[in-house]
Ligand binder design. Structure first.
Ligand SMILES: Cc1cc2nc3c(=O)[nH]c(=O)nc-3n(C[C@H](O)[C@H](O)[C@H](O)COP(=O)(O)O)c2cc1C
Length: 207
């Protein structure tokens, strides 16, 4: 009788333990995802070495697995890793922005050897968020693979406002009703910038 009671008690204990949610890894110092997020920094100095296409494909696969509104995947991504194509785009950007300093326009790419041009579907009001989440996933995946990255808004401005924007956008082969929204540069970091300060007071609990 005593034995049966003990066995039932032990079984109940095991069952209860199974139902209690235990985080896979709640030690923030020893959590790869948290370490990757905290280690990522915007890189503005790159080695000239490009990023292999299979590595970029891994990064892109993580990008397209981002949460996105209604799974519409309201983005298009065009990757440029050919130095002469990159140069050509920069030349067009310079020509299309005659009032701006050429070095400033060229420099907006931050010398990243690989550039992802991300466009949003103008027919979906949440597409800019989709593109942002896609870019975030791509940068974190890159970080975890030892690839540096930078999210860039200025090339978007310089392309969209350029006199020859139609020509540049045609080169990117975007679908109709898609608008260039964000760029993300990738490459191997030639600098290790410190984290910029963050203000945790922007986050508040409301009781
Ligand atoms: C939407 C967006 C646009 C950005 N545009 C530029 C840019 O045009 N040029 C640049 O050097 N950095 C740009 N950045 C990078 C930010 O300056 C950088 O993320 C920020 O200073 C925080 O630094 P961290 O990424 O190293 O943590 C951009 C970042 C975001 C998210």
């Amino acid at each position: 009788m005593k034995k049966t009671f003990l066995l039932t008690f032990a079984l109940l204990g095991i069952l209860l333990m199974g139902c209690t949610p235990t985080p896979a890894n709640n030690d923030p110092m020893n959590n790869e995802t948290i370490n990757t997020i905290m280690a990522r920094r915007s890189i503005r100095q790159y080695h000239s070495l490009t990023v292999a296409r299979d590595t970029m494909m891994q990064i892109m696969t993580c990008g397209i697995n981002a949460a996105n509104g209604q799974n519409k995947q309201s983005w298009e991504v065009r990757i440029v890793d050919n130095p002469s194509t990159m140069q050509h785009i920069q030349d067009l950007m310079v020509t299309g922005n005659p009032t701006l300093q050429a070095d400033m326009v060229r420099g907006c790419m931050r010398g990243a050897p690989v550039m992802a041009f991300i466009a949003r579907d103008l027919g979906y009001d949440f597409s800019a968020y989709d593109c942002g989440l896609l870019a975030g996933n791509m940068m974190l995946a890159a970080q975890s693979l030892g690839v540096g990255s930078i999210c860039l808004g200025s090339p978007v401005r310089f392309i969209n406002q350029a006199d020859n924007s139609t020509e540049i956008l045609a080169l990117l082969n975007l679908s109709e009703n898609y608008e260039l929204c964000l760029c993300v540069g990738f490459g191997y970091a030639n600098e290790s910038p410190a984290a910029k300060p963050r203000d945790i007071n922007k986050v508040q609990y409301i009781d």
